[in-house]
Design a protein around this ligand. Structure first.
Ligand code: NDP
Length: 283
């Protein structure tokens, strides 16, 4: 029997811990505040933003919502970010991505102060992750490390294969596994013999965005499989990059979709907000 890694339970444990920490900080006169900016009204983005607001409310983090019209200019958005950067009451700033096509996403990410970069996307945060300096880490990979640790899975010395090299998942995932003393291989669409490389993995992280791509032939007996992908099929059911039913019996532990990696992302965002408030208050 393989362990079904319960991301719902682990994320809920983290939220409870944060709720307690935020309550204590409030008693000491320290508040936590996240500013969430959404440009346009893409329905998927609205769902994500609402979930973030709900999580803030549950934990006791103040959330400020900035819902800007689709036609907002780059300059207007940069001016808002600048104002929030200078506002001592605001600890974290998040711009919901993607922004409309007329905007420059890179410039927007770089405009957020690294001290408030709770998404961990700023180049300074990314640099800090590779040099081991303090900085915010992208929430999904940070959540995966928590899933592994809180499930009692050791990373030290393990062969870790990350499939996908995006800036928000694959690359920071690889850096975090390296920081935990894993032996890390990063694969992507140009990787030769992908299957053979995956078969060597003690820990396989699948983050390519292709529904049920990884079947049992990609995993070795007893491996740990982390499925980052989220897809909705024709019957409106969610599935991941891994074919769970074919893989589950062969591995020692696996994350389901839904209920695995997904719930961890918001929990780690909340964690980063509390961390930002602690740092701003020299704690
Ligand atoms: P991207 O599309 O940005 O990156 C996909 C990566 O996979 C690229 O590096 C690409 O390689 C690689 N890739 C694509 N096809 C193959 C293939 N056949 N073989 C090997 N590598 C391949 O995706 P993201 O990293 O943003 O997201 C990945 C998945 O995770 C998506 O399903 C997304 O919805 C999900 N996701 C889930 C989150 C959560 O909270 N659970 C958060 C973020 C993402 P190359 O670089 O060569 O093009």
């Amino acid at each position: 029997m393989s362990l079904r890694i319960d991301g719902k339970k682990i994320s809920s444990d983290i939220k409870e811990e944060l709720k307690e920490q935020v309550k204590q900080l409030k008693e000491e006169g320290v508040s936590v505040c996240l500013a969430v900016i959404q440009v346009g009204n893409d329905p998927a983005s609205s769902v994500y933003v609402n979930n973030k607001k709900k999580a803030c409310a549950y934990i006791g983090i103040e959330s400020q919502a900035y819902e800007l019209p689709e036609e907002t200019t780059q300059e207007e958005l940069l001016a808002l970010i600048d104002r929030l950067n200078k506002d001592d009451h605001v600890n974290g700033i998040l711009v919901q991505l993607p922004v409309p096509a007329h905007m420059d996403e890179k410039e927007i990410i770089q405009a957020i102060s690294p001290a408030k970069d709770v998404d961990g996307f700023h180049p300074q945060s990314v640099g800090a992750l590779s040099t081991g300096e303090p900085g915010f880490v992208s929430c999904t990979p940070a959540g995966i490390i928590q899933l592994l640790k809180r499930s009692g899975i050791s990373i030290d010395g393990k062969d870790c294969v990350v499939v996908g090299r995006s800036n928000i998942v694959g690359k920071p995932m690889a850096m975090l596994l390296l920081r935990e003393n894993g032996t890390v291989t990063i694969c992507h669409s140009h990787t030769k013999n992908l299957k053979e490389v995956c078969q060597r993995a003690d820990i396989l992280v699948a983050a390519i965005g292709k529904p049920k791509f990884f079947d049992e032939s990609y995993v070795k007996d007893g491996a740990v499989v982390i499925d980052v992908g989220i897809h909705r099929n024709a019957e409106n059911k969610l599935c991941g990059d891994v074919d769970y039913d074919k893989v589950a019996d062969k591995v020692s532990a696996i994350t389901p979709v839904p209920g695995g990696v997904g719930p961890m992302t918001i929990a780690m965002l909340m964690n980063n907000c509390v961390e930002a408030a602690l740092r701003m208050n020299n704690r």
